[in-house]
Design a protein around this ligand. Structure first.
Ligand SMILES: Nc1ncnc2c1ncn2[C@@H]1O[C@H](COP(=O)(O)OP(=O)(O)OP(=O)(O)O)[C@@H](O)[C@H]1O
Ligand SMILES: [Mg+2]
Length: 231
């Protein structure tokens, strides 16, 4: 059994109060081993995005814990928490969330630039740009690096978003319905790309409705009534 790098233990999350209260997660637990591709399925509103955000440190649970290499993320603070958020996780969202005013390579660089601060960025920007161009090329976007999002197809925009998530070499890629907004043919390309990254060793958790992706994952789990069920 390979090393567990990310673990959600007994997560609880509720929204609202009184009679409008919704208990989205009620004791959800999930372990992710290094190199594994875990697909998460479940009905709309089941809590998939909620789970992914909490596992990636973007949101806090009402109860339970997320452990990164055995250490609770919720108890990390300052530099260590920043390090975990920035270096450990790469996020891919359903609607790309690219910045419209910037071209592909700038979009890939943006998170690193913001993270670095002015002085560090002056030192790092050349290497970072080289890396960004390399990733874009690897994802088949070598000819599109100066295109803005409006000049890219949906599939190309999602590739840029994946490139952005991969910049800096995150240990764990968290994808929230990466093909949810794409037509079938384009989806196949993105699924192949994710599977390829996984074969190269990338650990990932992918929320998906895509059966072909779920079928090819190492493991598929379902969120049902706020808990994780193995399929
Ligand atoms: N900020 C919020 N305030 C109140 N309720 C919320 C909030 N975020 C999510 N919810 C509710 O929590 C439930 C789970 O939401 P979540 O986005 O995790 O579902 P999901 O499984 O990702 O659904 P989908 O497949 O439609 O993306 C939904 O009923 C949603 O309405
Ligand atoms: Mg969702």
């Amino acid at each position: 059994m390979s090393e567990v790098i990310l673990e959600a233990i007994d997560l609880a999350k509720s929204y609202g109060k009184g009679h409008t209260r919704v208990d989205v997660l009620r004791g959800a637990s999930l372990s992710v081993a290094r190199g594994e591709l875990v697909a998460v399925v479940g009905a709309s509103g089941a809590g998939k995005s909620t789970l992914l955000h909490i596992m990636g440190g973007l949101d806090t649970p009402g109860g339970g814990n997320v452990l990164y290499k055995g250490q609770p993320i919720s108890r990390m603070w300052g530099g260590r928490l920043d390090m975990v958020r920035n270096r450990v996780f790469g996020f891919v969202f359903q609607f790309y969330h690219l910045l419209r005013e910037f071209d592909a390579v700038e979009n890939v660089l943006m998170p690193r630039m913001i993270r670095a601060g002015a002085l560090t960025w002056l030192r790092e920007r050349r290497a970072a740009r080289r890396e960004a161009l390399e990733i874009l090329k690897r994802l088949g976007l070598g000819e599109r690096v100066t295109h803005r999002p409006s000049q890219l197809s949906g599939g190309e925009q999602q590739r840029v978003a994946i490139a952005r998530a991969l910049a800096g070499g995150p240990e764990i890629l968290l994808c929230d319905e990466p093909t949810g907004n794409l037509d079938e043919v384009t989806s196949v390309g993105i699924v192949d790309l994710l599977l390829d990254l996984n074969r190269q060793g990338q650990t990932m958790v992918v929320v998906t409705h895509d059966r072909s992706l779920a079928a090819k994952a190492d493991r598929t789990v379902e969120i049902h009534r706020g808990r994780i069920e193995s399929q």
